[in-house]
Design a protein around this ligand. Structure first.
Ligand SMILES: NC(=O)N[C@@H](CC(=O)O)C(=O)O
Ligand SMILES: [Zn+2]
Ligand SMILES: [Zn+2]
Length: 424
């Protein structure tokens, strides 16, 4: 039997009391104020916060196809280092999981190589761009956790309508990357700063026009529609209205859209501020923060999008879209939302654990109780840490947060009772 004893941790619900947690095999065997167990590996948490392992419904692990950017091994190490014990991997890989056979191989590979639980999205339509949809019921039976064409918006209303009907039959969430190609054009930053930077802009209508379309389709079909990386004020208002009307919609926002806006972009060369959707205006940023706080936006997802140094080289026009996020997510939210008193730890636990687990019907534990599967993460809330390029477990370091001083770094991460990450 593997046994692990965590000493002196604080729980979100009872911060004033330090507790011990004994893990036997895959489960929490005991919780107490001073458990004495001999002959076990002990982790002295020294007052660190203990939480059910975090859940991220939006990561890109690039495996198979672009393993110079990330692999299942390095991506899941990054997840573990960020305190994430369950992640949902997007299907913009090569080959795209369009068929049961391709998906099956990925599911097996994720399970064999993953240090954390990796659930796999299958593509809505072939190659993420086709106008006819895949066999979603068959893909669900093969293990697709949900469906998305992330990286590409579904351009045709007819395709999205058919996809939602099929997602209802498959009993799975459909997650949308909202981007109208014609309105997006060759844009690389939000429309509002395009002229100043002398580059093409992305109209926020590229997001909201497709969102409005999809919300009426979701209402008509009863599908569970999930909004990936919501970034605009009008988008938040559309989701709020749809929820009022009983549409089955959930939404995620990324840490970068919560914490950064167009005022951060100073030059065409700020390539780690280039992502999809782009950083929006301060008004939009305030709206996504408010939307998260009032429950319109259900959860935070990182959209961890690793790219090689070469792919991120050049300027705002030539660099690839996307930034990494797994290893900086919890510290950024803790430092910028919890410490200043904007949000509570209980809310962060809801956004990074309970809400995603519930929306995607995952088996990830959402409380810390005896008899429960031991997927846990410990965070140091006391000590400041400066984020450095050479400390990442991910293969890629394309993040604008290098050099930032944060609190809340992961102390240890446990998956199925096994220690998968421990800070040195
Ligand atoms: N977010 C990004 O800018 N890039 C993502 C794709 C996506 O999430 O749309 C990627 O796969 O690199
Ligand atoms: Zn996307
Ligand atoms: Zn994405």
């Amino acid at each position: 039997m593997t046994r692990l004893l965590i000493k002196h941790a604080q729980m979100v619900e009872q911060p004033e009391q330090l507790i011990d947690v004994l893990i036997e095999d895959e489960q929490i065997a005991a919780i107490g104020s001073s458990l004495a167990v001999s002959g076990v590996e002990v982790i002295d948490a020294r007052g660190a916060l203990i939480m059910p392992g975090l859940v991220d419904v939006h990561v890109h692990f690039r495996d198979p196809g672009q393993t110079d950017k990330e692999t299942i091994t390095t991506g899941s190490k990054a997840a573990a280092r960020g305190g994430f014990t369950t992640v949902l991997a997007m299907p913009n890989v090569q080959p795209v999981p369009n068929t049961a056979a391709t998906l099956h191989e990925m599911v097996i590979h994720n399970h064999e190589k993953g240090l954390v639980h990796i659930e796999q999205y299958a593509a809505v339509s072939a190659e993420l761009t086709d106008q006819s949809i895949n066999d979603l019921v068959g893909l669900a039976q093969t293990g697709a956790v949900a469906f998305s064409n992330d990286g590409k918006g579904v351009q045709s209303a007819a395709t999205m309508l058919a996809a939602m009907k099929a997602a209802v039959k498959a009993n799975r969430v459909i997650s949308a990357h909202l981007e109208d190609n014609d309105l997006m054009g060759h844009g690389v930053v939000d429309q509002s700063v395009a002229d100043q930077l002398q580059v093409a802009g992305i109209d926020p209508l590229a997001e909201t026009s497709q969102l409005a379309r999809d919300l009426v389709l979701a209402q008509a079909t009863g599908a569970h529609y999930h909004v990936a990386h919501l970034s605009t004020k009008n988008g938040v208002e559309l989701v709020r209205l749809a929820k009022l009307h009983g549409v089955h919609v959930t939404a995620e926002v990324t840490p970068h859209h919560l914490l950064l806006d167009t005022t951060a972009i100073h030059t065409r060369k700020d390539v780690n501020l280039k992502m999809n959707p782009p950083l929006r205006t301060p008004t939009d940023r305030a709206a996504v923060v408010a939307g998260l706080l009032d429950g319109t936006i259900d959860m935070v997802a990182t959209d961890h999008a690793p790219h090689t140094v070469a792919d991120k080289a050049g300027d705002m026009v030539s660099a690839a879209f996307g930034i990494t996020g797994l290893e900086t997510c919890f510290p950024l939210l803790y430092t910028h939302l919890v410490r200043p008193g904007i949000a509570t730890l209980a809310q962060v636990q809801r956004w990074l654990n309970q809400a995603p687990a519930k929306a995607f019907k995952l088996s990830a534990p959402t409380t810390i109780r005896v008899g429960q599967k031991a997927d846990l993460a410990l965070f140091d809330l006391e000590h400041a840490h400066t984020i450095q390029a050479d400390e990442f477990a991910s293969k890629s370091v394309n993040t604008p947060f290098i050099g930032e001083k944060v609190y809340g770094m992961t102390v240890a991460t446990i998956v199925d009772g096994q220690l998968v990450y421990r800070a040195d």
